[in-house]
Write a protein that binds this ligand. Structure first.
Ligand code: ATP
Ligand code: MN
Length: 440
């Protein structure tokens, strides 16, 4: 395969993979330590190609003369440390070069973390556990991705702990999880999640059941600790904990809880001085808390935009990144499934059974009878062996997800969309309050 010459402005060319790069084409000369920021709203994707020099997208190096596609909905920055030339095809809604980036500060953060890893290596200790916090849309996920990329490019094997149940990067929305990062994120597809550890939460905001959310955080911390005990490299490499943008009230308490469950050494606070000061006050003194500026490129996303990106995550789960997978649709009988919801609706204290608190109620497994209102809901599949009781099921990891695409009351059957062919594994299904319309 040979790369094409850059197409002249306004022309279209054919790529090595046969797809045409239509639309106007522009060449950008980037000086050192500048970035080309892109926002693609649609309808057509935008493609870029690095012609000369070196550049990276959120910490992943670009391959020269390879075309990268950014579909509608993407936002990205092509950053260069030493200068480069980039060709762009298509009409992004936003495309400008910024000289004012916080990248040097982010790189310094990486250097400091790497020093901690080297010290951990020398002294037989564990490497840095880093919590990234901040309000919405300040670039938390992006900073995690960069620091993970830099770490893995330095030869480390850091773990991503994803606590954002709304816009997570490990699995579908409504889950928390962990991923051992073994190679830099793919520019177009992010980190490859071949064997992530995933837990069901069931909703896109921790506030729906904060007790359960904190319990899952503790669970992830325990599992990560076990892994560190048996894998020295993972232990030295440490972890990056990505959190959601809810930083007030219980959201703030959840951050404190995560910091303590993981016994974090470093907290990186993006953008918000107030949050930084609160954390500085409330976390133990040995925790290094650092305030970092947000990038001007990290821009606000509307509610609709968030919903769309959540939908896309679910779609990608079933259909693959480029509709490369074929999910299965099949029927199951009502009698063949056991469906639960985690957490009973809160009831007045006076109505609680003796000896039970409201909090116990939040962790209760409530059986759900299959019916019409299950349609379009996303469900987590939690395997159970033989006749095991359902006890503690909410704390077990998920092996996959299904969507109920149809409910037939007369025939007492559900139609499900599943990544694997029938039958469903021996399992319990945990229902989410997240819905997905299969419009394929
Ligand atoms: P949330 O609160 O939703 O979790 P967040 O704080 O994690 O948001 P990101 O998702 O990292 O923020 O960034 C918000 C958006 O801005 C993303 O679409 C991301 O791709 C984009 N973005 C981040 N940094 C840049 C940049 N330097 N240039 C262009 N776009 C950027
Ligand atoms: Mn995020």
């Amino acid at each position: 395969m040979s790369a094409d010459d850059p197409a002249p402005a306004g022309a279209s060319s054919l790529d090595s993979d046969g797809r045409s790069s239509s639309g106007p084409s522009t060449k950008f000369e980037l000086d050192r330590e500048t970035e080309l920021r892109l926002e693609v709203e649609g309808p057509a994707p935008v493609r870029i190609e690095l012609l000369t020099g070196m550049a990276e997208v959120f910490g992943t190096e670009l391959t020269r003369n390879k075309k990268y596609t950014f579909p509608p909905g993407s936002r990205a920055a092509v950053f260069t440390w030493h200068g480069c030339t980039v060709q762009l095809w298509g009409s992004p809604d936003v495309a400008y070069v910024s000289k004012d980036t916080p990248m040097l500060l982010y790189l310094n953060a990486h250097v400091a973390l790497e020093q901690m890893r080297m010290q951990a290596e020398r002294e037989g200790e564990r490497g840095p556990r880093v919590l990234v916090a901040g309000p919405s849309d300040v670039g938390k996920s992006t900073l995690c991705r960069m620091l993970l990329n830099y770490a893995v490019r330095t030869g480390r094997r850091p773990t991503l702990i994803e606590l954002d149940v709304g816009q997570g990067s490990v699995s579908v929305p409504g889950t928390v999880g962990a991923l051992c990062v073994e190679r830099p994120a793919d520019v177009e597809e992010g980190f490859s999640a071949q064997a992530p550890l995933v837990y069901h939460f069931g909703s896109t905001t921790p506030g729906t059941n904060i007790k359960f959310y904190n319990k899952l955080t503790s669970r992830l911390a325990n599992v990560f600790n076990l892994r560190c005990d048996s894998n020295r490299r993972a232990s030295v490499s440490g972890c990056l904990i990505n959190t959601c943008g809810w930083v007030k009230g219980s959201g703030y308490q959840a951050l404190i809880h995560a910091a303590s469950a993981f016994e974090v050494d470093v907290v990186l606070v993006l953008d918000q001085e107030r949050l930084y000061n609160d954390l500085l006050r409330d976390l133990p003194h040995f925790v290094r808390t650092v305030l970092l500026p947000k990038s001007g490129g990290a821009s606000e996303r509307s509610k609709d935009c968030r919903r769309e990106s959540r939908d896309l995550r679910v779609r990608e789960y079933f259909y693959g990144p480029r509709a490369s997978l074929y999910p299965h649709a099949f029927e199951v009988k009502f009698s063949e499934v056991r469906v639960y919801k985690v957490g009973a609706p809160s009831i007045p204290d006076s109505c609680l059974p003796l000896g039970m608190s409201q909090e116990d109620n939040q962790l209760k497994l409530v059986p759900v009878t299959p019916g019409r209102d299950m349609a379009h809901h996303l469900l987590s599949v939690v395997p159970v062996d033989g006749g095991t009781a359902e006890e503690g099921i909410e704390e077990r990891n998920v092996v996959g997800f299904i969507v109920i695409t149809g409910v037939d009351i007369e025939r007492q059957t559900l139609t499900v969309l599943s990544p694997a062919p029938r039958p469903l594994p021996k399992s319990v299904l945990l229902i989410m309050d997240i819905r997905f319309m299969d419009l394929k």
